[in-house]
Design a protein around this ligand. Structure first.
Ligand code: IMP
Ligand code: MG
Length: 179
């Protein structure tokens, strides 16, 4: 695809993201005071959010990753979730926080919550940088949400369009020319 008429418009600036990530981390630190937590990042989109978040949390923390595919290469959800990479270790009895880049239709999250709940964590919570509640097909909600955003396709700070734009420092709305 040519990059000709793609337009990027900043939606959430780097400084605002940093500030909000710190606030979310402070909340998590309070909620789990004196306990250990286990963060599970959903690859690849959540990797940058998780990297920033974990460094702001003042608790004993371990991390693991899962990879799922729900979108294929473009903007459209296939509605099907495939597990591409499973966890390295058991989560039984742990305080688990699943870290997502964005809650959109909720299909990915509801699948992941079902899979993880079966493994008997002590607590299972959800942290998501972004939430697009207007697109929900499955009723799910984040316990820690960075920003609620309108129904726009966004990229940057880990989020991609066909694997591109993950490295942008700001979260940007991507508009494409009509097909
Ligand atoms: P859901 O299953 O529809 O909730 O989709 C969740 C996944 O779709 C996210 O983890 C993202 O990888 C991807 N996704 C949803 N909305 C966007 C977006 O606006 N930009 C980039 N990726 C998105
Ligand atoms: Mg993606």
């Amino acid at each position: 695809m040519s990059g000709g008429q793609e337009k990027l418009k900043i939606l959430i600036r780097r400084a605002a993201i940093q500030k909000r990530v710190h606030e979310v981390a402070v909340q998590i630190t309070k909620d789990f005071k004196g306990q250990r937590i286990h963060l599970i990042g959903v690859l690849k989109g959540a990797c940058i959010f998780l990297s920033d978040l974990v460094r702001e949390i003042s608790l004993e923390t371990s991390i693991d990753f899962m990879a799922v595919s729900s979108y294929g290469k473009g903007k459209q959800s296939s509605g099907q979730v495939r597990l591409l990479k499973d966890l390295d270790s058991s989560i039984q009895g742990l305080n688990v926080i699943l870290v997502e880049d964005i809650l959109d239709t909720g299909l990915t999250l509801s699948y992941l919550l079902r899979v993880l709940q079966q493994r008997k964590p002590k607590v299972l919570r959800v942290a998501a940088l972004l939430d697009k509640p207007s697109r929900r097909l499955k009723e799910v909600k984040g316990d820690y949400v960075g920003f609620t955003i309108p129904n726009e396709f966004v990229v940057g700070y880990g989020l991609d369009y066909g694997e591109r734009f993950r490295n942008l420092k700001d979260v940007c709305v991507l508009s494409l020319p009509p097909e």
